[in-house]
Design a protein around this ligand. Structure first.
Ligand SMILES: Nc1ncnc2c1ncn2[C@@H]1O[C@H](COP(=O)(O)OP(=O)(O)O)[C@@H](O)[C@H]1O
Ligand SMILES: [Mg+2]
Length: 245
């Protein structure tokens, strides 16, 4: 299993809501994508987290826009006047991560109704598992599109990989749910814990990690991701929101 590869043909515009300055880009397959650049602040590891976490969410039945890999020739941005964007494109020559663009979507803020409790609890459980701190009310990284909820922006999850030396702590690292957009459903999380934990099979983790292209992952690191995610799954009493079972 691997992610499809397309080529960028046109840089349309920058997205300035978040911090990493992704761009809306067209591909040679006529698709429109949000391109997340390997040359952005956190480097390719943010894209590794996007892929692994995005695939976990998707395989567990939540909506994540389709991910592809995208070849970028920085020349497609040559008429872009912003110097910062020019630099970003040049630093990001080669392979980047393309997220299917959801036209007309808007950021979730609760005003258009909430998802059902089980969905909210599942999202909270998964964000806690992968230590995703980027799902607060200030910045939900949830999009509403055709009345459905879509999850985006998982680049800040799995942050243990920025310092493998301290990665042992990740296994039992508590998750502070207080800031989470669905913090209110924390008491419901233990009730869905067994089901979700059982759904994250070793094969699912291997598959998700296997989607990361060799360009962004050091030899041997696939096993480290697998080891840490497996250990954290086994040690849920340490981080489960709503209390251990
Ligand atoms: N697939 C998408 N479809 C439509 N808009 C998107 C999509 N992905 C991101 N966006 C918009 O771009 C913004 C920045 O993208 P995000 O992935 O959150 O990057 P950052 O790392 O900069 O926060 C989002 O807040 C959202 O408004
Ligand atoms: Mg964001």
């Amino acid at each position: 299993m691997s992610l499809p590869i397309v080529t960028a043909t046109r840089y349309v515009l920058p997205l300035r809501e978040g911090g990493s300055l992704p761009g809306v880009v067209e591909g040679n397959d006529l698709g429109t994508y949000v391109l997340k650049f390997h040359g952005a602040g956190q480097g390719p590891k943010a894209l590794v987290a996007e892929i692994i976490v995005g695939e976990l969410f998707r395989r567990l039945g939540l909506r994540v826009p389709e991910l592809k890999l995208m070849e970028l020739d920085p020349a497609i941005g040559k008429s872009e006047p912003d110097h910062e964007i020019q630099e970003l494109l040049i630093r990001s020559a080669g392979l980047n991560l393309a997220v299917d663009f959801l036209p007309g979507s808007f950021g979730y803020d609760g005003s258009s109704g909430k998802p059902d409790d089980t969905t909210m609890a599942r999202i909270l459980w998964l964000d806690a598992y992968v230590a995703n701190v980027d799902r607060s009310w200030r910045n939900t990284n949830l999009l509403v599109w055709h009345k459905d909820l879509w999850l985006i922006d998982h680049g800040a999850a799995l942050y243990f990989h920025h310092s493998w030396m301290s990665a042992e702590r990740f296994t039992t690292l508590p998750y502070d749910a207080a800031d989470h957009v669905f913090a209110d459903v924390a008491p419901a999380v233990p009730g869905i814990d067994a089901e979700l934990a059982a759904a994250i099979t070793p094969q699912l983790l291997v598959d998700a990690i296997g989607l990361v292209p060799d360009e962004w992952i050091a030899e041997g690191d696939r096993d480290r991701y697998l080891g840490h995610l497996t250990a954290r799954l086994a040690d849920r009493s340490a981080w489960l929101p709503g209390g251990a079972r």
